[in-house]
Design a protein around this ligand. Structure first.
Ligand SMILES: Nc1ncnc2c1ncn2[C@@H]1O[C@H](COP(=O)(O)OP(=O)(O)OP(=O)(O)O)[C@@H](O)[C@H]1O
Ligand SMILES: [Mg+2]
Length: 204
């Protein structure tokens, strides 16, 4: 039986990693084999460059960024397909939807971004959960987590995150790449959100 790819999307601090870990526990309890993916993948050469950019050690233009984030995912394409074919449950904390939303907010052409993604042919998720939180909540959570001095390029920019949210909403409303977008109110209690996500996944 084919596996399932579950994608978690949303702006900084929406709760993606929190939900990814809870979901892993639930799947394992249900006897599923789980494979975790998280982007950017800071253990990769591409992820290292992204980290250098986020911490302002290097500058990259929006096109370089777009393709750098993408190649970090493309390197895992084969392993993802293998995981799916072997019946695993893939939990993906950010996928190329994040790349489209963030880089479009940074000036990359939104339509062009979508066209390029379609050509690359990455796996189609079984479900995409868009965890929606207001920008204020995002910034409060990240400040609490890291302290005000430590916030990276994205997190320091409220106007930018608002634009990112708008692009996520567009992608969801257009049902881009997959019919199975679900929006979840990320300001709710952690366990409740987890229940909502699990209810939306057919655990067979
Ligand atoms: N539903 C929630 N209610 C309150 N706090 C939450 C909720 N979900 C997560 N948090 C807290 O918010 C912070 C950010 O959560 P998390 O790391 O899961 O977000 P993320 O979406 O992965 O963020 P990033 O995009 O920055 O990696 C953590 O301190 C976490 O405990
Ligand atoms: Mg995270």
């Amino acid at each position: 039986m084919e596996g399932k790819m579950i994608v978690l999307e949303g702006i900084d601090g929406a709760g993606k990693a929190t939900q990814a870990n809870l979901l892993k526990e639930k799947f394992e309890k249900a006897g599923k084999q789980v494979s975790m993916y998280s982007y950017p993948d800071y253990s990769s050469v591409y992820g290292e460059r992204i980290k250098s950019f986020l911490y302002k050690k290097i500058t990259l233009n929006v096109e370089e960024l777009f393709f750098l984030y993408l190649i970090d995912m493309i390197k895992d394409k084969k392993r993802m397909m293998e995981d799916i074919h072997s019946g695993k449950y893939l939990i993906v904390d950010r996928f190329f939807f994040s790349t489209i939303a963030y880089q479009s907010a940074g000036g990359f052409d939104y339509s062009r971004a979508k066209q390029i993604i379609k050509l690359i042919d990455l796996p189609v998720p079984y479900k995409i959960f868009y965890i929606n939180v207001p920008v204020e909540v995002s910034m409060q959570r990240k400040e609490k987590q890291k302290g005000k001095m430590d916030v990276d390029k994205f997190e320091s920019n409220k106007a930018f995150l608002s634009k990112v949210s708008e692009f996520y909403k567009k992608l969801k409303n257009e049902r881009f790449y997959s019919e199975s977008w679900e929006e979840i109110d990320g300001t709710q209690n952690i366990e409740l959100i987890n229940d909502l996500i699990v209810k939306n996944i057919n655990l067979v």
